[in-house]
Design a protein around this ligand. Structure first.
Ligand code: UDP
Ligand code: MG
Length: 333
């Protein structure tokens, strides 16, 4: 942490996808929060993730009004985790705060995060104690997901914790050197280490608009979390393969015994069908698991850039170019 006399800079990163109904209020509350903390400098980095509504226009206008507001706009929708990554790449603060654009995470909590950070923690992550306004299905799947993930993952990933957090510069620099494509940002932050602590908070309802995480994106997000942080599904495939091999061996012995000792060996069509279907099913499951990993390796080796930026407002271009260059150099190693 920089202890010089100049004010420390806090970057607040906000990913936005079709948030036209919420964004004006979010900007208002975040700028008010910054105004209330005169002992820090702030930059608000809005990442427009290829919105198809008026979000981009509203952000452009806001950036024109307030020099603290910076805008990064993607050429298409790349997804929440990539948008967060782009914001982290572009941030120049001593600490970076990640917050959603729908005010489900109360901005006032950021003040408490900053206090903890000043106490010496490198990462302060918000843990949700209450989640009003979410469907039962979402609550149930989210609860299950964090527990399964934690059971499988090789690094402990805090339960009931989203991306709402403050990340110190030292951790940000490590994150920027992690070039992986299937990004599960909260897991990556846990992986880095340093001093991390949790801050309990009550999650609010979305102020406007609807969730931008349909079931399809939730499944993709959950499998990224599990497959990027665990090789246990592969081991599971091996175990289930071994178990069926043992069963098959017993079956073979049984069939041979029948063949040698009785004369009713032609019957048994049911047993054959069961064995056939069972083995076929197990093989497909294992192939599927393998395929998931191979597919991810394929997308890694293509080494495409992680995101395409269409427009930048308010950034000092030199710093952005170095970031992009750094990413390319890392990718080329
Ligand atoms: N988001 C994004 N790209 C996407 C989907 C979502 O940038 O493809 C943003 C969205 O605008 C919001 C945040 O990610 O700021 C979280 O999304 P949302 O609130 O819809 O998710 P939920 O809270 O329902 O899980
Ligand atoms: Mg939300």
């Amino acid at each position: 942490m920089d202890t010089g006399s100049a004010k420390q800079l806090i970057s607040i990163v906000v990913p936005c996808y079709d948030e036209e109904d919420a964004i004006a209020e979010t900007i208002r509350q975040l700028t008010r929060l910054c105004d209330g903390q005169p002992s820090y400098d702030f930059e608000l980095i809005f990442v427009d993730d290829g919105s198809k509504d008026a979000t981009l226009q509203l952000l452009r206008e806001a950036a024109g009004r307030d020099p603290r507001i910076k805008l990064l706009s993607f050429a298409r929708n790349f997804g929440h985790q990539i948008a967060v990554t782009a914001g982290i790449d572009a941030a120049s603060g001593d600490a970076v705060v990640l917050i959603d654009a729908d005010l489900q995470d109360p901005p006032q909590t950021i003040v408490e995060m900053i206090v903890k950070w000043r106490e010496g923690y490198d990462v302060v992550y918000g843990t949700r104690t209450l989640r009003p306004g979410e469907s039962r299905f979402k609550l149930f799947t989210a609860r299950g997901f964090y527990r399964v993930l934690n059971g499988l993952s090789e690094v402990p990933i805090p339960l009931d914790t989203g991306d709402f957090r403050l990340i110190g510069r030292n951790v940000v620099d490590v994150l920027k050197s992690m070039p992986e494509r299937d990004r599960f940002v909260r897991g990556m932050v846990s992986w880095v280490g340093f001093k991390q602590t949790s801050l309990p908070y009550e999650r609010a309802r979305r102020i406007a608009g609807t969730s931008k995480y349909p079931l399809r994106k939730m499944i993709r997000f959950a499998s990224d979390g599990i497959l990027s942080f665990s090789a246990k599904p592969l081991r599971f495939a091996t175990s289930i393969g071994l178990a069926t091999a043992v069963l098959a061996l017993l079956g073979i012995l049984y069939v041979l015994a029948l063949r040698l000792t009785t004369s009713i060996w032609v019957e048994g069509w049911t047993a054959i069908m069961i064995a056939l279907l069972f083995l076929g099913g197990v093989q497909l499951v294992c192939l599927g698991i393998l395929g998931e990993y191979v597919g991810r390796i394929y997308s890694e080796v293509k080494k495409r850039p992680l995101y395409v930026v269409r427009e930048r407002i308010g950034f000092d271009d030199v710093s952005i170019n170095t970031t992009v260059l750094k990413r390319r150099v890392i990718a080329a190693e």
